[in-house]
Ligand binder design. Structure first.
Ligand code: ADP
Ligand code: MG
Length: 256
C-alpha cells in the first residue's frame, strides 16, 4: 500500500432526480487502504453517491474515477475491481451459504475457495445452513463475504451494521478492520457515530446533497471543542452500551 495514494476521486458530482438535486456538487478523494466514512442524516445523498461510484447509477454531472478509471467510460473494468454489498434481502433464502458462494463465483467467473471465505467471516460452521436460517449479524457477515469473491481493491458497504445488536456490531468492526488489513480500501456509510469514530480514518459529513465537513474523526472533534463547545452535562464514566457489553460479553454468540 502506497502512503497517501489516491484511489478514488470525486469532482463536483451532481445527481438530479427530475428537478430534485440529491447530490449537489460533491468533491472528495479516498486514499488507498483507508476506511472512509460517509455520514449524514437520511436523505443526505450518501447512497446515491455510493451507487454512482459503484457504476450502478448514472450521474448528472461531475467526474468520478475509481483506481484511475472513469465511471463514464470504464464501468465494466471498474466492476471487476470493486465489491458491492447487496441488501441482505437480495439473497436466495433457501440456498445454502456454500451454494450462494458458488453462484456468485459463477457470476464473477472467478474461482473461489468457499471454505476459506466463510472462515474469514467466521461462518465456517454455517456452510451448509440456508441463508434464511442466519441471524442478522451472520447475514451481514455473509453479505460482506460476497463482496470479497472477486478479490476487489475497494469495497462499498452501505449501512452494514444497521439493526445489529452491540456485539454483532463490534464483531463486524473487527471483520471490516481485518479486510482493510489486507490492503482493501473501504467506503462505508453508517448512522452510528461511535462506529465511525473507531473505524474510519476520515469521514465526510453530508447534508442535503453537500459535504459540509471532511476530516479525521479526531480533528472534527477537536475543531468543535475549539469553538468552545461543551457537552451539556458531565458524562458518567460509562454508558448503557458499556453496561450491555460488560454484562453480556464481547465474544461472538452462536446465533449472532
Ligand atoms: P441517503 O442514503 O443519505 O439516505 P439517498 O442517496 O438514498 O440518501 O437519497 C438522497 C435523496 O434522493 C433523498 O431525498 C431521496 O428521497 C432521493 N432519491 C433517492 N433515490 C431516488 C430516486 N430513484 N428517485 C427520486 N428520488 C430519489
Ligand atoms: Mg442510504
Amino acid at each position: 500500500m502506497k502512503e497517501d495514494a489516491v484511489i478514488i476521486t470525486v469532482e463536483n458530482l451532481t445527481k438530479q432526480y427530475g428537478s430534485f438535486t440529491a447530490v449537489n456538487g460533491v468533491s472528495f478523494t479516498v486514499k488507498e487502504g483507508e476506511i472512509f466514512g460517509l455520514l449524514g442524516p437520511n436523505g443526505a445523498g450518501k447512497s446515491t453517491t455510493l451507487e454512482i461510484m459503484e457504476t450502478l447509477k448514472p450521474k448528472t454531472s461531475g467526474k468520478v474515477t475509481i483506481a484511475g478509471l472513469d465511471v463514464d467510460s470504464h464501468a465494466t473494468d471498474i466492476k471487476k475491481i470493486i465489491g458491492v454489498q447487496l441488501q441482505t434481502s437480495g439473497f436466495y433464502p433457501n440456498l445454502k451459504l456454500i451454494e450462494l458462494i458458488d453462484l456468485f463465483a459463477g457470476l464473477y467467473n472467478q474461482p473461489v475457495n468457499a471454505t476459506e471465505l466463510l472462515a474469514q467471516v467466521q461462518l465456517t460452521d454455517k456452510a451448509n445452513s440456508k441463508f434464511k436460517e442466519l441471524s442478522g449479524g451472520q447475514k451481514q457477515r455473509f453479505s460482506i463475504a460476497t463482496t470479497l469473491i472477486n478479490q476487489p481493491k475497494i469495497i462499498f458497504l452501505d449501512e452494514p451494521t444497521t439493526g445489529l445488536d452491540p456485539q454483532a456490531r463490534r464483531n463486524l468492526w473487527d471483520l471490516i478492520r481485518s479486510i482493510r488489513q489486507k490492503g482493501t480500501t473501504i467506503i462505508i456509510t453508517t448512522h452510528y457515530m461511535d462506529e465511525a469514530e473507531v473505524l474510519c480514518d476520515r469521514v465526510a459529513i453530508m447534508d442535503a446533497g453537500k459535504i459540509i465537513q471532511l476530516n479525521t474523526p479526531d480533528k472534527l472533534i477537536d475543531n468543535l471543542v475549539e469553538t468552545g463547545f461543551e457537552r451539556p452535562k458531565e458524562m458518567k464514566k460509562a454508558n448503557l452500551e458499556d453496561v450491555f457489553i460488560h454484562l453480556t460479553g464481547k465474544q461472538l454468540r452462536v446465533d449472532d
